[in-house]
Design a protein around this ligand. Structure first.
Ligand SMILES: [Zn+2]
Length: 274
């Protein structure tokens, strides 16, 4: 997650402090950590509560011209136009989306090859991020529209071609929710995180192309979050057997609302083996 979108707007060259941000972030995070949850975190079964009801995601995304910026640790597409979503009755406008390789969030301690963040904010500046996790597989056609024109470090690319992020967010998926932080300085907290359960596909070649631009990992390490509670909303989704999801990766439940699995789940929460 990014804090630098504002910086990018106001300063032309990338400052050296930004370029070195990843090396310095652990020092930074210990300064800013005040007992709340810092992102990213590990999604593990012991931290997850299955929610009985859900807050539906209402996305209203529209196409806007491609406007890519490489700030030295991620490539951002700045979104103009009126794309927004409504969550818990509040409207959040989509300001940008960007990428991390490998994933920032982990599943039971394991990274996935790639993660995309769609950053939204209310008029009052409250933040909400939709995170999409990718596993190796077929070439991703949405990403393919950008991959041929990805800017090198410090460069921007603008085209008249339009891109609609609504094409990549699986609306019918369940999702995980927690309150976290930005994953870049100043690590602002009270950021709403929505991690879409359905895993998207990215080819190994697409990951290679992205990673080669930076020559280093572009993820913040997961932060210790002992008391973090993550809610899982099935969203009424009926994913078919072939759909890959985070919850299937966890091999926690076949149906998140089945009584049997709930009992297993609560035993696991108490630390019992079964
Ligand atoms: Zn991010």
């Amino acid at each position: 997650m990014l804090f630098m979108e504002k910086l990018v707007e106001h300063t032309a060259p990338i400052s050296s402090s930004l370029q070195h941000g990843f090396q310095r972030q652990n020092i930074f995070s210990s300064c800013f950590l005040v007992g709340l949850v810092q992102s990213p975190i590990d999604l593990n079964r012991t931290a997850i509560d299955v929610a009985e009801s859900h807050s539906a995601l209402k996305l209203s995304y529209s196409p806007s011209p491609i406007k890519l910026e490489n700030n030295g640790w991620t490539i951002i597409n700045h979104c103009e136009g009126d794309s927004s979503l409504v969550f818990e009755g509040r409207r959040y406008a989509l300001s940008q989306f960007h990428f991390h390789a490998p994933s920032e969030h982990t599943i039971d301690g394991r990274h996935l090859p790639f993660e995309m963040h769609l950053v939204h904010r209310t008029e009052q500046g409250e933040l909400l991020v939709i995170a999409l996790l990718f596993d190796h597989g077929e070439r991703n056609e949405f990403l393919a529209t950008l991959w041929g024109i990805l800017p090198s470090v410090g460069k921007t690319v603008e085209t008249q071609e339009q891109i609609n992020p609504g094409q990549i967010v699986p609306l019918m998926s369940g999702y995980f929710f927690y309150n976290g932080s930005l994953t870049t300085p100043p690590y602002t907290e009270n950021v709403k995180w929505i991690l879409i359960d359905e895993l998207l596909s990215i080819s190994e070649d697409q990951v290679r192309v992205y990673s080669a631009i930076f020559g280093k990992p572009t993820n913040r390490p997961t932060q210790e979050a002992k008391d973090a509670r993550i809610k899982y909303y099935s969203n009424g989704a009926r994913t078919n057997a072939s759909t890959r999801t985070i919850s299937k990766l966890m091999e926690l439940w076949t149906s998140p609302f089945s009584e049997q699995n709930k009992k297993k789940f609560s035993r696991r929460r108490k630390g019992e083996d079964y």
